[in-house]
Design a protein around this ligand. Sequence first.
Ligand SMILES: [Zn+2]
Ligand SMILES: [Zn+2]
Length: 331
Amino acid sequence: MFALWILSGLGITAGYHRMFSHRAWWAAKPVRVALLIFGAAAWQNSVIAWSAGHRYHHRDVDTDDDPYTITRGFWYAHMLWVIIKGNRHDDFDNVPDLWKDPLCAWQHKHYNAISIAFNLGVPLLLGVLTGNILGMLLWAGLLRIVFVHHATFFINSLAHMWGSRPWTQEHSARDNAVLAFFTFGEGYHNFHHTFPGDYRNGVRWWQFDPTKWLIWTLDRVGLATNLKRSSFDRRLRRRWSHLHERYQEQRVHWEEQLQAQFDEACARFESALDEARALHRDLSRRAEELHTEAARELRLARREAERRVLAEFREFKRMLNESSQLAPTIA
Ligand SMILES: [Zn+2]
Ligand SMILES: [Zn+2]
């Protein structure tokens, strides 16, 4: 199962995708035939149908004309596009080069036969050899197809949602090392959408891209030709302009943040000032009230004191009168 998984996976990545859809490399006839058969074994349609859809995906990425557009959500990009067919599901006009290629035309014409023959024949043969026909049909046939399908589907769905965008933010494609691990290197999707003509998806030597290593090895042994690489200069310029755009975005973000913090501080200062003014008004009013009250009490106290002094004075006068009336009597 493992070997068949690798073969049909590479049939899609090295064959359908990088060679026939993007023409990022070319190979000797036996290699092309093998890749077309292994690609058919992945049960993802003929190379002509697959490449037509994929070329529209690149040309119209993130629009309604993208056959597996991520703008309609994860599940649509992942697998619903197979069922709910988009605008261009049977439009194969964008692959005239493949129609003209006798091998591709042959594979398109006999796709079902090749696919069934491989997916039933090889597991059956392995089953007879190992004595476990049902297990082989299930593992090397069905489960392997499901596994390769979801790996490809994840490139259309997760690789447009999850990961980094080190090359450009102009499209939704992401670089994701985890996805690259399960998809023979196809996870470096931000690079791939930015430089689709490059036979590598993981452009750096250390990035996990077995498809790139296979193509490179085939080239070394003389079975591959015309390996296309994006120039260092173009990559450097792309990276520089991307970093510059990110810096500008970051700067605008910082400026907005600073402005927001400044506005907030101003608002806090204004409200503190309003509170201080209100407190000052309260204190003034209270002082006024206290002053009025004190003045009233003072007035009352003064009146009371006057009243007492007058009363004392009258008493004193009355006592004086009494004593002056008593004086002759004593004399
Ligand atoms: Zn894509
Ligand atoms: Zn592509």
